[in-house]
Design a protein around this ligand. Structure first.
Ligand SMILES: Nc1ncnc2c1ncn2[C@@H]1O[C@H](COP(=O)(O)OP(=O)(O)O)[C@@H](O)[C@H]1O
Ligand SMILES: O=P(O)(O)O[C@H]1O[C@H](CO)[C@@H](O[C@H]2O[C@H](CO)[C@@H](O)[C@H](O)[C@H]2O)[C@H](O)[C@H]1O
Length: 457
């Protein structure tokens, strides 16, 4: 995957650029949906890499520092230092068609008196990104690579998706979609690694990466992945809400979704054989889940009263013998928004794992039950996100999903009730923290599940 390229810095020294951009970014970054440090002021900013794609278009990797944060794993005030990928434009006069992308006017430094904007909204900049992906090679520390068997036509019109996302995505001519990772961590991103390996195995459940780019400086990291765009596809969340609104069943779709999940798991187990398959240690798993529960309760006080009830799910897991299913590579953040249906075929996307976890942890083999629990929680999310609540709808989806999974995998996740309950509980706890940080209005949705799970229901 990403090879090493020579580092050629941009025209302006990072420290000088910061004079122009520091104040603007300190204010703009925390307002972005993909900004992970919600609720904590940016206390430090550093430009780790700058590459001038053309005069007035800068590719930047920016480190932000915050006051401590509560991590997913429990340490209450871990030092927080995140790295973000930005594509910025700077113009003397911003044309009205880019007004919505305006970040601010630089008052000092090399960009003084220029209007700075998010260049992912600028077809000239995003067109050039596609051109680099079409014609692999290096641009400063950036290295563009492509699957030589795929032809990417020139001149495809770019459009930025306006979905509420953890990253930013650009659709090119309804033929390809480029995921531009926002929060960058060192190492290969599983969202390139897993679909690439699955595609090589002939697994058709995943759009195969056509091209990708990364950086070698300051450390190797994946920055973006181009895949075929599935035209006319709808995501599972939209389809589930549509089914609920029209009081239609979703069991057929859920069954097929179960099959698709199992097929992806089987393919992942083959593509990434675990050298010495050791059974997962339930007591260690339960301890990690309890730790996340405690940490989340510190960050979201509403969770406090439910902690003892929720912990009983982890205690039950700890007292079990080793899990029957060996650990393997999994999706890691499976929910209805991560599956696309085109015709009758479900495809699975976004193999990044839980965005808040460090990449090495996301790449670790885990129980496939974690993914199953993610999807089951998602049926519950859909059923509870609108009134009247339809718990029986979610229940029927659950059953159908398990049956579909068992039909393809020859084992039924419902046969491991303690493990499933522990993973569902852990997922609900993750969702509480996610919603508290990113979408506080949605907090009642996972909290309703928390109340139910704490009662052992
Ligand atoms: N191959 C694809 N074809 C069609 N639409 C896609 C494809 N990949 C992603 N999308 C759309 O882009 C959205 C965001 O993609 P996703 O990988 O989930 O990004 P994020 O990690 O930012 O949430 C999806 O919900 C889906 O609507
Ligand atoms: O941005 P990602 O898709 O990687 O995932 C994150 O955001 C999701 C919300 O967009 C969040 O999912 C939660 O809400 C969904 C409905 O919007 C629901 O389908 C999921 O079941 C629920 O977990 C996801 O947890 C988060 O990682």
């Amino acid at each position: 995957m990403p090879r090493t390229a020579l580092h050629r810095p941009g025209r302006h020294a990072p420290a000088a650029l910061l004079t122009s951009l520091g104040d603007l970014l300190r204010e703009w970054l925390p307002r972005q949906r993909w900004f992970a440090g919600k609720g904590r002021p940016v206390t430090g900013l550093r430009v780790a890499s700058s590459t001038e794609l053309y005069p007035g278009c800068l590719h930047l990797l920016v480190h932000t520092e915050h006051l401590g944060r509560t991590t997913h794993s429990g340490s209450a005030t871990a030092p927080a230092d995140d790295c973000y990928q930005l594509l910025l434009g700077a113009r003397k006069v911003l044309p009205p068609r880019l007004a919505h992308a305006f970040i601010g006017r630089a008052s000092a430094g090399p960009l003084a008196d220029m209007s700075v904007y998010d260049a992912l909204h600028d077809p000239r900049a995003t067109g050039l990104l596609l051109e680099h992906l079409r014609t692999p090679g290096a641009a400063g520390p950036l290295l563009f690579e492509r699957d030589a068997r795929v032809t990417v036509p020139a001149g495809l019109a770019p459009r930025l998706l306006d979905a509420e996302q953890s990253n930013s995505s650009l659709v090119y001519g309804d033929s390809f979609i480029l995921k531009f990772f926002r929060r960058v961590q060192p190492g290969i991103n599983p969202d390139l690694e897993l679909p690439w390996a699955l595609a090589r195995m002939g697994c058709t459940r995943v759009p195969a990466p056509a091209a990708w780019f990364g950086t070698s400086h300051p450390r190797e990291a994946t920055l973006g992945v181009l895949q075929p765009f599935l035209p006319g596809a709808s995501d599972g969340w939209t389809l589930a809400l549509r089914s609920l609104a029209s009081e239609r069943e979703f069991t057929e779709e859920a069954y097929e979704l179960g099959r698709a999940t199992a097929e992806v798991h089987l393919a992942l187990a083959t593509a990434f054989p675990v050298d010495t398959p050791s059974p997962l240690q339930n007591d260690r798993l339960a301890a990690a889940m309890s730790e996340r529960l405690e940490a989340t309760a510190r960050a979201v006080p509403e969770l406090g009263p439910f902690v003892p009830g929720l912990r009983s799910a982890f205690d039950a897991l700890a007292s079990l013998d080793a899990a029957a299913r060996p650990a393997q590579r999994i999706h890691g953040d499976l929910h209805l928004g991560q599956v696309l249906r085109a015709g009758r075929q479900w495809s699975v996307i976004d193999f990044e794992g839980e965005p808040a976890r460090p990449v090495p942890e996301r790449r670790r083999p885990q129980s496939p039950v974690r993914d199953v629990a993610g999807m089951l929680r998602s049926f519950d999310y859909a059923a509870r996100s609108r009134r009247p609540w339809r718990p029986e709808w979610a229940h029927r989806c659950r059953e159908a999903y398990g049956a579909g999974y068992a039909a393809a995998a020859a084992w039924d996740p419902h046969e491991e009730p303690e493990l499933l309950r522990a993973y569902e509980t852990d997922r609900a706890v993750y969702e509480v923290l996610y919603e508290a940080r990113h979408r506080p209005d949605w907090l009642p949705v996972p909290m309703a599940a928390v109340a139910r799970l704490a009662e052992g229901l």
